[in-house]
Ligand binder design. Structure first.
Ligand code: ARG
Length: 457
């Protein structure tokens, strides 16, 4: 394929170098953005009298045809071209001849690729936000069905205090909500138009960058043309936000994997989201959750790969920057798939309430409440804490739990104990009396559930 830049060259590009240099195999996914940008550019050129209106109309019509044909599959993207920009321009010129050659006036591939990537990632960010909202709603649904499900809450993976399973799940909704805010924030900063920066220095033509920015839905054109072509912060910001989403998904998946084990047996994933073993007939593996956890590594990796690519680059555009795309496209695809799998996987999982309750009954997780009982009767908390520790030690020695020690024994530890202590350390009391704002008590859970449900309306 003849290059568009052959004027100065005597020899064609070496075949291996040609393949090495090309980005079409991965940047072709931006064909829509490339054509949309070109249509606006042609209109701007005509509006400013840089090309004739009739010429712009011809260019716009042909670009419209090319777009429709690529979308319908009638036109295949020729992978012998260097990149998607060259393909579209080449195809345009093939169709309308010399007029097509006018499109690249007052433009460079450097601002073109920066534009395409921003447009592409802006759209993908919106999709990602919608997928995250779907995940939140799936989690809220499970939470709403489990407000009365008591489960041990853990610290150090040791049973700590009884909580409602809904409360545990809702913690993840808070994380996903911040994730949405981070992506929205990155999207907002990304939404600045680089087109018209040209190669790096701007142009001598009387272009209208504000018009182009407005037509393409940007907040404004960028202020500095060198920054316009060399900035990839928006990729890093988005990949950072994606990495944090993956970290949240991964933590959740790690818990689901633990909960699905025989040892916990707190949940059972639906058959449609698990796999069997090729050799062990009894197995039901949480492959989807494991894969999400595993794929977190590659999303982090893509972020660090681009950080490293960019760190030594002098201004402005360098070909190194072509390396921005594969990583971020992979992160987009990976995160999308993870979110799409995660929502129905969580929503369809079976919650084994009895097993959760049974686990909550062991491990003295109401010991804090016993100490609080004494404190409310006037004993200083530190003294109550120590005495409760002694009672726990007594229970361990006798093979008892706190509920099964009789009142007489309790009173031998402290005269403050009365019959109402049993009510005070009942697991349901421990959960529902935690009425502090954001605690595991009923009202707090209801408030959280309503908060997220309202977002869906
Ligand atoms: N394929 C290139 C990229 O992805 C487009 C920009 C090329 N610009 C250049 N001066 N060679 O970065």
């Amino acid at each position: 394929m003849e290059k568009l830049w052959t004027g100065r060259f005597q020899k064609p590009l070496n075949e291996i170098a040609d393949a090495f240099n090309a980005s079409i195999t991965f940047d072709s996914r931006m064909f829509r953005e490339d054509i949309t940008g070109s249509i606006v550019h042609a209109r701007m050129l005509a509006k400013q009298g840089i090309i004739a209106s009739a010429e712009a109309e011809q260019i716009v019509a042909a670009l419209g045809d090319i777009l429709a044909e690529i979308e319908s599959g009638a036109l295949a993207i020729d992978e012998k071209c260097e990149d998607i920009h060259m393909f579209v321009e080449g195809e345009l010129t093939r169709r309308i001849g010399d007029v097509g050659k006018k499109l690249h006036t007052a433009r460079s591939r450097n601002d073109q690729v920066a534009l395409d990537l921003r447009l592409y990632l802006r759209a993908e960010s919106e999709e990602m936000i919608a997928l995250l909202q779907a995940v939140i709603q799936a989690v809220v649904k499970v939470a709403a069905a489990n407000t009365d499900t008591i489960v041990p809450g853990y610290t150090h993976l040791q049973r700590a205090q009884p909580i409602s399973f809904a409360h545990h799940l809702l913690a993840y909704c808070a994380m996903f909500e911040r994730d949405i805010a981070r992506i929205e924030d990155a999207k907002e900063r990304m939404n600045i138009s680089p087109i018209g920066s040209c190669a790096l220095a701007g142009t001598t033509y009387p272009t209208d960058r504000v018009f182009e920015a407005e037509q393409l839905g940007f907040r404004a054109p960028c202020l500095n043309s060198i920054d316009g072509v060399s900035d990839r912060d928006f990729c890093l910001e988005l990949m950072s936000a994606f990495s944090i989403v993956m970290m949240h998904l991964s933590r959740f998946c790690e818990e689901i994997i633990l909960w699905s084990s025989w040892e916990f047996s707190f949940v059972e994933l639906d058959d449609s989201f698990t796999t069997g073993s090729s050799i062990m007939p009894q197995k039901k593996n949480s492959d989807m959750a494991e894969l999400i956890r595993g794929k977190t590594g590659r999303v982090y990796g893509n972020l660090f790969s681009l950080f490293t690519t960019l760190k030594g680059l002098p201004l402005a555009y360098n070909k190194d920057m072509q390396e921005d795309k594969e990583g971020i496209f992979d992160s987009v695809d990976t995160l999308k798939m993870c979110l799409q799998v995660f929502a129905p996987m969580v929503e369809s999982m079976k919650v084994k309430k009895e097993n959760m309750l049974a686990a909550a009954k062991g491990g003295f997780i109401n010991a804090t409440d016993l100490a609080d009982y004494l404190t409310k009767k006037g004993m200083p908390f530190r003294a109550a804490y120590k005495l409760t520790g002694q009672i726990v030690a007594y229970c361990i020695e006798k093979g008892l739990d706190l509920e099964s020690v009789d009142l007489e024994t309790y009173r031998s530890f402290s005269e403050l104990f009365c019959e109402d202590l049993y009510e005070a350390i009942a697991l349901s009391t421990c959960v529902n009396k935690r009425i502090s704002l954001g605690g595991t008590g009923k009202e707090s859970i209801q408030r959280q559930i309503e908060y997220y449900q309202k977002q869906a309306q």
